[in-house]
Ligand binder design. Structure first.
Ligand SMILES: [Zn+2]
Length: 108
């Protein structure tokens, strides 16, 4: 199935997602809507065509507070299959976000 990645209103490419076999069951792919708990904005999406999305609560870039809960990051460590499918544009965004996080941490 085709999916698209949008971050802060900007398209970051398309990706192909497949059903996933977990715990003895086949799960159809679902999208992700990134919800900021501080301002309520849905600031990023991974939209899977013809499929619903689930909400993940991650602060937006403007409301980043903690290094270990990085605002503006779309990386979901508990979703390795989905993260492996990210388009290169989204991976570039994510790499830049993490470099910025480490730069900020070094200045503390
Ligand atoms: Zn926010």
């Amino acid at each position: 199935m085709k999916a698209t990645v949008t971050i802060n209103g900007e398209l970051y490419g398309e990706m192909d997602v497949q059903p996933e076999f977990r715990m003895g069951q086949l799960f159809q792919p679902e999208g992700r809507a990134y919800f900021c708990p501080h301002c309520g904005e849905l600031w990023a999406y991974i939209r899977v065509e013809s499929r619903p999305s689930v909400v993940v609560t991650i602060p937006c870039l403007a409301h980043h507070r903690e290094f270990y809960w990085p605002g503006g990051s779309i990386w979901l460590s508990w979703e390795p299959q989905l993260m492996r499918a990210l388009p290169i544009e989204a991976l570039r965004y994510e790499a830049k976000r993490h470099v910025a996080l480490f730069d900020a941490l070094e200045k503390l």
